[in-house]
Ligand binder design. Sequence first.
Ligand code: SDX
Length: 428
Amino acid sequence: MPDTLSILDNRTGKKYEIPIENDTIRAADLRQIKVSDDDFGMLSYDPALMNTASVKSHITYIDGDKGILEYRGYPIEQLAENSSSYSEIAYLLIVGQLPNQLQLEAWRADIQRHTFIHENIKKLTEGFRYDAHPMGTFISTIAALTTFYPEAKDIFNAETRMKQIHRLIGKATTIAAFTYCHSLGRPFVYPAGDLSYTGNFLNMMFKVGESRYDVDPVFERALTVLFILHADHEQNCSTNVMRSIGSSHVDPYSAVAGAAAALWGPLHGGANEAVIHMLEEIGSVTNVPSIINDVKAGKRKLMGFGHRVYKNYDPRAKVIKKLADQVFAVTGRNRKLDIALELERIALEDEYFIKRKLYPNVDFYSGLIYEAMGFRMNFFPVLFAIPRIAGWLAHWQEHILDQEQKITRPRQVYLGLRGQTWQPIGKR
Ligand code: SDX
C-alpha cells in the first residue's frame, strides 16, 4: 500500500493523494484542496498546536503514554542517576553527544569563565525594587545582555554562537543569585572557580559575608539532578517560543528572555510556585478531600498535576519524589510533603483524574525540595529557567540551522467583519 492519504472532497467530488512522511502529512499539501480555482486553498486549524508537528528535531524524545523521556536517546532516569554534572547534560543537549573527559573539562572551563557578569549588570539589578519578582528581574537582565554583546547577532558564525551559549549558561546562575541577594539587601557573592555549576550557584546564593559557605553535598547533588531533569522537554510552550523568536534571526539573549517569559506562566514553569501556594492553602491532610471535590467541580485545577503530553506518570516526577526523601533526611520532613502524598494517593484512585489521565508532573514535588533547601517560593520559576536555558539553546541552534525552516508566521481563520465604512465620530 502506498504511503499516501486519499482525501475525497465531497463538496466537489475531487480526490487528492497526500504523501505521508514520518506518520505526518504536510499541511501545505492541503492547499491544493479548493472549491473554486481562486480559493486560497485548505488550511489545517489547530488551536494551541495540539496536534501539529512544527519542527523536525533530534534533541529530546517523549512518549507521553508510556512516560518515556530521553535526551539525545539517553533515558532521563539513566542521566539523572549517572551524570555527575548539569554541565555534562547541557553539552549532550547542545553538542549532541556525551563529552569525553577532555571535552567536558574544556566545556566546564568555558562556562565557568563566563559566570562573571559586567559590573554594569550589578547596577541594573540594583535598579529593581527589593520586592520585585525575581523572574521579572531575571528575564529583564537576560534581555539586557544583548546590549553588552552586540556580536551575538552574528548567529550563523558557529564560534560566536557557541560563545553566547557559554555566556548564557554561565551567567544565568550569577544573574539569578545577584537578583536574590539584591532582594535581601545582601552583598553580591562573586562566582568561585573551584566549585561545580550547582555548587557555585548555591555558594553565590547562600554565602553570607566572609564566612565560608560549605555547600552541602546532598543539596548540591539534589540541585544537579533537578537541573538535569529540567534541562529540556522537546516542544513545550517556552521552547516553541524560543524557536519562533529565533526564527526571525534575532540574537539568542532576546530569544531566551522571551522563552523565560513564557515559562513564567502558572500553567507552565510557574506551576512549581503555584503548587506550594496550593499546599499551604490546604494546610492539613484532613482538608485534602474538600480540595479534591473543588477540583472535580471544576472550581480549580490541581497544580502540579496533568500534562499536555504525559498521559502517564511524568518520569521526572518519579525521580524528584525519590530525591525529596534524600533532602528531607537532611532538612527534616516537610509536612507539606504529607499533604502532597495524600493528594496524589486520592487523585490516582479517583475516576475524575483517571479518566483525564492526570498524574503528578515535574512541578508537583520539585517546589517542596526547593523550599526545604532554603529557596524562596517566588524564586522557583527561576530555578526552572536556569537549567532550561540549555534546552532552549539546543532547540534554537537546531532551528536556525534547519534548512526547511523559515520565519514562523502561521495563518488564521478570519471570522471578523469586512467592508466597513469609516463613520465620523459625530455619527457613531
Ligand atoms: C510544565 O509541555 C511541557 O513539556 C511542559 C513542562 C516542561 O518541562 O516544559 O513539562 C513543564 O509546564 C508542566 C505542567 C505544569 N503545569 C501545571 O501543573 C498546571 C496544572 N496543569 C494544567 O493546567 C494542565 O494539566 C496543563 C496545562 C499542564 C495541560 O493542559 P492541557 O493539555 O491543555 O489539558 P486540558 O486543559 O485540555 O485538560 C484536559 C482535561 C480538562 O477537563 P475537561 O474539560 O475535559 O473536563 O483535564 C482537566 C481539564 O480541566 N485538567 C485538570 C488539570 N489539568 C487538566 N483538572 C484539574 N487539575 C489539573 N491540573
